[in-house]
Design a protein around this ligand. Sequence first.
Ligand SMILES: Cc1cc2nc3c(=O)[nH]c(=O)nc-3n(C[C@H](O)[C@H](O)[C@H](O)COP(=O)(O)OP(=O)(O)OC[C@H]3O[C@@H](n4cnc5c(N)ncnc54)[C@H](O)[C@@H]3O)c2cc1C
Length: 401
Amino acid sequence: MSELQINDEKCVLCRACISACPFGALEVVDKKLVVEDNCSLCGVCLNTCQFNALCIEKQENGLLDKNKWSDILVFVEHNEGKIQPVTYELIGKALKLIEGTSYKVYCLIVGYKITELAKELSYYNVEKNFIYDHKAFKNYREDIFCNVFQDCINVLMPAIVLIGGTDVGKSIAPAVATSFHSGLTADCTELILNEKLELVQIRPAFGGNVMAQIVTPNHRPQFATVRPSIMEEANRIKSPRNNIVNCKLDEKKLVSQIEVLKEKQMETKEGIQDAKILIVAGQGFKRKEDLWMVEELAMLLNGQVASSRALVEKGWMPYERQIGLSGKTVKPEAIITCGVSGSVQFMTGMKTSKTIIAINIDSDSPIFSIAHQSIAGDIYEILPKLIHQLKEIDKLANNKN
Ligand SMILES: Cc1cc2nc3c(=O)[nH]c(=O)nc-3n(C[C@H](O)[C@H](O)[C@H](O)COP(=O)(O)OP(=O)(O)OC[C@H]3O[C@@H](n4cnc5c(N)ncnc54)[C@H](O)[C@@H]3O)c2cc1C
């Protein structure tokens, strides 16, 4: 563990470090500069001090009593009054991880006027939902959200903290992990609990060429952000649990260094990750011109076209349409893969799709191992027939109308 040290003899109380600290973690008390416990050791203050009065002292890791840390805390992300799907995915994963252990799953939800969201959360099988509801949390502000996290973690002492790999998650997770002097594994695609109850955090490394297995043996909590759309969502239970805990944060910790001047809704273009139905082309296509088949099928089924990386590399498909480890992660209602072999990198990006239909000429193709419907055959025969039949169905429906 490390900590920020102040040399009182050198400090002239010029307050330059106080203005510079992004976390508001420095203040003068009784004519002395003091460090608050939300110091994240970012080091910004060191560069502003002209008197060499500050230093970060590295200390050897003390003996951490891991037995004091147990359970899993899930950060609940919400936007415009809706809990984001990644939250349910994290709860689903956390509930699976604790099976056969004494661990419990807790949720942390921060925001303003979020009682309804907390009520919705009580339909998921977690032990308790900690709710921090205050006007100060109307907008996401890293410093005070970090204070909330610290408050909650200090009380709960969770062994594991799971956060969605979203824009907010990627901002808050490193700040909180640093403030606990612990590690963070970002963008995990799989999580396992080993026999020592350590979280094995699995994520692609070296451009996806290896799947790294990362553990945090010496520090607690173990922090991980998880790629959205990769894990299975938790099931909603029939009756809500009485598990909402209203929490309050010290007034001082509600003061943010960040002022929100204006809110602007980002324009979002619908992409393959939003599609309910996806028709995916793979290298089974011999010529670019033949891709009309997937385009027509997508049009008839009101879906979108996507592809494996092989066709992106050939320049036949734009990168925004690529599914997989180095492309987009998708979770549509139905996905039809046409001439895709099912490499690990491809399947990582789509294996949680609700219904997977695979067409491949090779009956031993790996994609069939995850397909709900496997069609062993030639796309050049099957797709034109399928398109013809769908058009016939359309015609019949139109005649009826
Ligand atoms: C670091 C790294 C990251 C990667 N990231 C991704 C990624 O994000 N997404 C991705 O897709 N790949 C990715 N890859 C590449 C991946 O390893 C595969 O090379 C790629 O997925 C193969 O694409 P494919 O299935 O279309 O082609 P192939 O593997 O060549 O498969 C073509 C399939 O078509 C079938 N076929 C052939 N003719 C017909 C026919 N007439 N009718 C029906 N079936 C037919 C064949 O049996 C075969 O199974 C990555 C690789 C690396 C090293």
